[in-house]
Design a protein around this ligand. Structure first.
Ligand code: HEC
Length: 128
């Protein structure tokens, strides 16, 4: 019976939707972020470590996270607004984007797919 199968499939889809966490729940960080960034960065508001909190960093001005006292002059005066392109370039090679930055020791990530995962994560946690 086609109709019965369609109805059953509909219930399955609903079940998956119910099982999913609410949209407002914090998204778990991908392994790429944990491996490359988490020693120095958190995305929790005001949670500054060696590096500034990256809470809502996508769309924010560089060097502007309040309460972080260790920004380099280079970053503060860079005039950057973080978006997909600037974040991607910065985590590929910080020195090329912001000369004399303090993000040390950090070597950059060559793998575009890994950078993409991190940028996607930073964007999604900035919009919630
Ligand atoms: C060794 C510690 C360290 C690691 C690892 C590190 N960072 Fe940073 N990060 C810093 C520091 C320190 C600064 C401040 C740099 C400055 O002021 O020049 C910074 C600054 C930043 C900024 C600018 C923040 C702002 O408020 O403008 C972004 C974006 C950023 N890091 C993203 C990342 C991402 C994404 C990763 C992982 C791919 C990463 N960082 C890895 C220490 C680190």
């Amino acid at each position: 019976m086609i109709t019965r199968d369609v109805v059953a499939a509909g219930w399955v889809v609903l079940g998956i939707a119910w099982a999913a966490p609410p949209a407002s729940a914090a998204e778990p960080a991908p392994a790429a972020f944990n491996n490359h960034c988490r020693t120095c960065h958190s995305v929790k508001e005001g949670d500054h470590r060696l590096g500034p909190s990256l809470h809502k960093i996508h769309g924010a001005k560089a060097g502007a996270s309040s309460g972080y006292g260790n920004y380099s002059q280079g970053l503060k005066s860079s005039g950057i607004t973080w978006d997909d392109a600037t974040l991607d370039k910065f985590i590929q090679n910080p020195d090329q984007v912001v000369p004399n930055n303090n993000m040390k020791p950090y070597k950059g990530i060559d793998d575009q797919a890994v950078r993409q995962q991190i940028v996607d994560y930073l964007r999604s946690q900035s919009s919630s």
